[in-house]
Design a protein. Structure first.
Length: 242
């Protein structure tokens, strides 16, 4: 178990700290401390949020998304998304909510509309939502964050659907098993550091167009997982199949 400090007011330090397991990004005096287990957050209790140096008001909600073939999640500003492959064959989606004041927290709502998870909250207030998702490996996922992390943990040897995951000004983290065969592409556009330390990285194809545009291609099959970040760090590490 390790701790990754996410201080949303100190994004300029993200590069050097993320490479050592600690990332900082964002603004507006928000700070989120993340206790992650093997690079993935499994429960809202792993997130500790402060706003203006005070503990934030907190709440969590489980969302029912049924048996959707595809799911789109756009996290609100400063929020994050953690996705892992499900062993049950179905979805499990949890919204971890935080706000500076209880009145604002009561206005933060997550809801399912069609195949999309939408987030509503007070205008101008200090609040955020992190989504923790377990998805069947046949799912097609479209994920997006801004000023927040996005992490995908793969299981087994393949992903039968597809995953598109993008973050602006946030870390992009991939956890991949050594025997994963489906094609995976991870791209970085900007000045964030790129780290590839999984066993799969030994056979990875790396394209460094220039200092700002870098791409890592893993696996041998057609590309079904694409992750990218603009101005954020990239981390590719080993994943078990637990």
């Amino acid at each position: 178990m390790r701790k990754m400090l996410v201080a949303l007011c100190l994004f300029s330090l993200a590069g050097s700290l993320f490479a050592s397991g600690r990332g900082r990004y964002g603004n507006h005096g928000m700070s989120t401390t993340i206790d992650d287990d093997g690079g993935i957050v499994n429960d809202c209790s792993a997130l500790r949020v402060t706003m203006d140096d005070r503990p934030a008001a907190r709440a969590e909600e489980t969302l029912s998304v049924g048996n959707l073939r595809s799911l789109t999640i756009r996290a609100p500003q400063n929020g994050g998304i953690y996705v892992s492959g499900s062993t049950s064959g179905g979805y499990e989606v949890k919204a971890c909510k935080a706000a500076a004041f209880a009145d604002d927290l009561n206005q933060v709502r997550s809801r399912v509309s069609g195949n999309e998870i939408l987030t509503d909250g007070p205008d101008g207030g200090q609040w955020l939502v992190y989504y923790i998702v377990r998805a069947p490996r046949g799912a097609s996922l479209d994920l997006d964050t801004h000023n927040g992390p996005i992490t995908v943990k793969l299981r087994g040897t393949s992903w039968d659907g597809n995953i598109e995951a993008h973050t602006q000004n946030g870390p992009a983290s991939l956890r991949i098993p050594a025997n994963f065969r489906s094609g995976v592409v991870v791209e970085s556009d900007g000045h964030g550091p790129v780290s590839c330390r999984a066993a799969a990285c030994k056979e990875a194809r790396r394209t460094w167009d220039d200092e700002d545009n870098r791409k890592i291609e893993l696996g041998s099959g057609p590309t079904v997982v694409r992750m990218s970040t603009v101005n954020g760090p990239v981390s590719v590490r080993e994943s078990d199949n637990d």
